[in-house]
Design a protein around this ligand. Structure first.
Ligand code: ADP
Ligand code: MG
Length: 248
């Protein structure tokens, strides 16, 4: 039985005001463990700002963001990452001159394991983990390749891998399939469905075909507020949603 306190993320009354303009206005949103939530809405609706608030890049004017039992609005960006929140920005931030393997290695959380010391066992453990993640992101055949030579889609996957290796309980992705080929989109849909097991995934996306394929639930934002929320089939038929977003 769900008790109402099992949410990975519980956002209540969240508001941010930029010089009196409320980009996010009294938002309530709850995301479960194992859930893949997609946030959609017109440009300027406040979608990216919600991610900025969750990851601490922007400070809330009012309201609460509970991640399990931790209040995130009081923490720094760095503390929020350490609490288990990973966020991917629209443009991939990978190290172009390093290999795929090295990019994953550099992202492996430091200080995990006994004193964070680099013993033989630890090196083997990191190596195993890197190969596992590389396979998950379709890059196991590219471990020694310089990241600069990857396709745009492969770079996006590498950055997802760099987050996955930190094993976040909440993973947030801002427009992950922008600029991807049809085939890469299909693979990304499969990847996202796989990685929401054991964690929560929050995705902002415009590609409705892609949204329909991945979303467990959809939240439609408009002018910093929730216009509609629920299953894609329901949200798609909502006259309010068609008027402000899907109709265009
Ligand atoms: P979306 O991602 O849905 O397109 P954003 O969250 O980027 O929308 O922006 C929502 C609104 O908030 C926009 O009108 C934007 O100009 C404004 N905004 C976002 N961040 C800031 C900021 N740091 N300072 C002032 N205005 C901002
Ligand atoms: Mg945005």
């Amino acid at each position: 039985m769900s008790s109402g306190t099992d949410f990975t993320l519980a956002i209540e009354g969240l508001t941010v005001s930029f010089d009196g303009f409320k980009a996010v206005d009294d938002l309530n949103m709850y995301i479960d463990r194992n859930e893949l939530r997609v946030v959609i809405g017109p440009n300027g609706a406040g979608k990216t700002t919600v991610l900025d608030l969750i990851c601490g890049k922007t400070k809330a004017t009012d309201g609460s963001i509970k991640f399990k039992n931790t209040e995130l609005t009081r923490l720094s960006e760095h503390q929020i990452v350490r609490a288990g929140v990973g966020r991917k920005f629209q443009t991939p931030s990978i190290y172009e001159n390093l290999t795929v393997f090295e990019n994953l290695e550099i992202s492996y959380p430091k200080g995990r394991g006994v004193f964070g010391s680099l013993t033989f066992e630890r090196t083997a453990e990191i190596d195993t983990q890197i190969r596992k993640i590389a396979a998950e992101i379709f890059l196991d055949q590219h471990l020694e390749q310089e990241a600069a030579l990857l396709s745009h889609g492969q770079k996006q996957w590498l950055e997802i891998g760099m987050l996955l290796i930190q094993d976040p309980e909440l993973l947030m992705l801002d427009e992950p399939v922008a600029g991807m080929s049809v085939r890469e989109r299909e693979q990304t849909a499969e990847l996202l469905q796989r990685i929401c097991h054991g964690r929560s995934v929050l995705v902002i996306e415009h590609d409705m075909e892609f949204v329909a394929r991945i979303a467990h639930r959809v939240t439609v934002l408009h002018q910093g507020r929730i216009l509609a929320e629920g299953a894609m089939e329901k949200v798609q038929k909502d006259p309010k949603v068609i008027e402000v977003y899907l109709g265009h």
